[in-house]
Design a protein around this ligand. Structure first.
Ligand code: GAL
Length: 671
């Protein structure tokens, strides 16, 4: 992606409106400082109203008007929702649930990622669009499909079953190897013919865990196949035009480490829930994840809502100013674009109650005024475009572990994302910038790596983490890490594998909380470092060669280690944490101090965030009360920036004064 200004705009669906609205759209986009519009996401039925008959005139017209108005186009491949004529003629395209129900037309994403018929029709459409618009002067990027795997992450149709078998044959070669890998001697599950192997459909009780994990891997790959197929056509027809597709944050069904390798830049859709207390922390986490998926390169916030969405049971309004603050948060954390869903609020259809940049009530509205103000703010931030951020701390994130740990027939029902978020939140509150890494990723640049609940840890990944300690890093290993190998076989002799050497401990027995996720262990507390409640998890840890920093107190685990640390050869150390301490912050503080990670500013008021990207420092207040930082008052749900000289410093930065002063969100037009 090459851009010299921050992308600002949103999904533009002109086909929902008569053409006389289009000129007004361009005029208002100019007024709002819109630079890019995402066009054509759901246009298949309009672009190909009958099989093989393409109608591009209207899109020529729209793109021409946008270009004349100085607005670039992120052009979608329009494959997200096949038209009714296609699935009526070819019902084999429709996806099937685990219970055998075929999903119908009348909504969207009603296709199987494994359908050869869908692929044939989608390829033809993508090629036609690419050939027609490859040289269009408005074209700034290709937008593959839309939120791949959003509604139908798993398709259990016969065609998917066939594709699953092919995927398994590629992975295991022959049935004996598959039987061995899946442990099918258990419960008489041995397969004698490939035709017997099916997706994990509705079954009497627990399905084979490795079959389930392979199904998760296959399903992620099946959707990745849609991305790859479209991207290949786009790159063949229009080399040099960047290709992206919109991710969905921390999304369980899609292993974005693999997906991110297929796009020229990462983009993400994020819809905060204003009713959720830590929504801004959840947002910060996904921003950091997107930056990490793209190996630190700038990414695009592709969709967000200017105010309420329409798909939660209760759709809370986004308070005045907060949309701007969250948008600047994305920029601060590496985004070179701030886009919304959508430009003009729909008049009909399932999303007519979803907010937009131009609301039903028109331009004399809070939301449109905020839209205009945000455009002006982003235009002023062109000097951050292309700059990157450097984090000292990384959290290991792993989809195999996510899929495995949330299966049934496990020691406890754990919420993987919640465990990751718990660590992230404490680091966020301390103002520490965090990257995410895969278990086999390059850890070289970090001082601290936290590995929470990385349940599936192949030998090479165990070694990767152990080497980080040997090289002087500070490694924090949380419970339920290194328990299973990539085939979900238990790691014998005390779990943890190669990590036992650097940690100096092994695990003998699990003792999770009796209550569901997050619950307090009955009568268990922790004494010592991070003393307080022991929540969610406990276990019997045996120490061979480590310092015990905290112990469990009370009950079955009384006196056993809860937190240990073993010094590494090169100055770092390896910490083992056998529970979720209620006072995680004290532990994190100790780890950061030990690793000499410093934050260039003192602790911030609750809900406040301060991030430096390139020459710009961002101060963001995500709360409903004013906060004062360094003598500067930031209004509720407001953001301020200031500039520094070219070299980022690690000491307290000084720079130009904070700006802007409290702005005018909410005052009527003309006031
Ligand atoms: C996204 C989707 C958009 C729109 C939006 C509404 O999931 O990509 O097309 O539906 O949600 O929040």
């Amino acid at each position: 992606m090459t851009t010299d200004r921050i992308w600002y705009g949103g999904d533009y669906n002109p086909e929902q409106w008569p053409s006389d609205v289009w000129d007004e759209d361009v005029r208002l986009m100019q007024r709002a400082g819109v630079t890019v519009a995402t066009v054509g996401v759901f246009s298949w039925a309009k672009l190909e109203p009958r099989d093989g008959y393409f109608a591009f005139d209207w899109l020529d017209d729209v793109l021409g008007r946008l270009h004349a108005g100085g607005i670039g186009v992120d052009l979608a491949t329009a494959t997200a929702s096949p038209p009714p004529w296609l699935t009526t003629a070819h019902p084999d395209v429709l996806p099937v649930t685990a219970d055998g129900v075929t999903l119908s037309v009348g909504s969207r994403q009603q296709y199987s990622p494994s359908s050869a018929t869908y692929r044939r029709y989608a390829d033809r459409l993508v090629r036609a669009i690419a050939e027609r618009y490859r040289d269009h002067p408005a074209l700034v990027a290709w937008h593959v499909n839309n939120e791949l795997a959003c509604h139908v992450p798993y398709d259990h149709s016969d065609e998917s079953a066939k594709a699953f078998r092919t995927w398994l044959q590629d992975r295991y070669g022959d049935l004996d190897t598959l039987n061995e890998a899946w442990g099918t001697s258990f419960w008489s599950q041995a397969y004698s013919d490939w035709q017997e192997v099916v997706p994990p459909r509705a079954a009497p009780t627990f399905l084979n865990p490795t079959q389930l994990l392979d199904w998760d891997r296959f399903s992620s790959d099946a959707w990745l196949g849609v991305l790859r197929a479209e991207a290949a056509i786009l790159r063949e027809v229009s080399p040099g035009v960047p290709v992206t597709t919109n991710f969905m944050g921390l999304y369980k069904p899609s292993d974005y480490w693999a997906w991110a390798r297929e796009v020229d830049f990462v983009s993400d859709d994020h819809y905060v829930d204003p009713a959720e207390p830590d929504a801004h922390v959840r947002a910060a986490l996904t921003r950091d994840l997107m930056r990490s998926l793209g190996a630190g390169k700038p990414w695009i916030l592709m969709e967000q809502a200017t105010s309420a969405v329409n798909w939660r049971p209760q759709n809370a309004v986004v308070p005045a100013g907060w949309h701007r603050t969250l948008s600047l948060q994305a920029v601060a954390r590496g985004a070179d674009g701030v886009m919304q869903f959508q430009w003009r609020q729909s008049r009909a259809g399932a999303e007519k109650f979803h907010s937009a940049m131009v609301p039903h009530a028109g331009t004399d509205t809070r939301v449109f005024r905020e839209t205009v103000e945000l455009g002006a703010d982003l235009a002023d931030l062109a000097d951050v475009v292309g700059t990157t951020l450097t984090a000292d701390v990384a959290i290991v994130l792993d989809w195999d572990s996510w899929w495995a740990i949330e299966q049934q027939a496990t020691p406890a029902q754990l919420d993987y994302a919640a465990i990751v978020r718990r660590w992230y939140t404490v680091l966020w509150r301390r103002g520490v910038l965090v990257d995410f890494v895969s278990p086999s990723g390059d850890l070289g640049g970090y001082r601290v790596v936290v590995a929470p609940a990385v349940q599936v840890l192949p030998a090479a990944a165990q070694q990767n983490l152990a080497s980080f300690v040997d090289d002087g890093g500070e490694l924090v290993v949380g419970y339920q890490t290194g328990i299973l190998d990539e085939r979900l076989r238990a790691v014998l002799d005390g779990y943890l594998g190669a990590l036992q050497r650097v940690l100096g401990v092994h695990v003998e027995e699990f003792a999770p909380a009796a209550a569901p996720a997050g619950g307090t262990l009955p009568a268990f507390r922790i004494d010592g470092l991070a003393g307080g409640e022991a929540t969610e998890w406990g276990e019997v840890v045996r120490v061979h060669d480590a310092e015990v920093l905290s112990t469990f107190a009370g009950g079955f685990l009384d006196g056993l280690p809860a937190i240990t640390r073993r010094p590494g050869a090169a100055g770092g150390s390896a910490w083992y944490v056998a529970t979720a301490p209620s006072d995680l912050d004290t532990l994190v503080k100790a780890v950061l101090e030990h690793a000499a990670v410093s934050v260039p500013w003192p602790p911030l008021p609750e809900g406040t965030e301060r991030v430096r990207r390139g020459p710009v420092e961002f101060l963001l207040n995500h709360t409903a009360r004013a906060v004062t930082v360094d003598g500067v008052t930031v209004d509720p749900f407001n953001a301020m920036v200031r500039r520094h000289g070219s070299s980022p410093s690690t000491s307290a930065p000084t720079g130009s004064p904070w700006s802007p002063k409290p702005h005018s969100c909410g005052s009527p037009e003309g006031a």
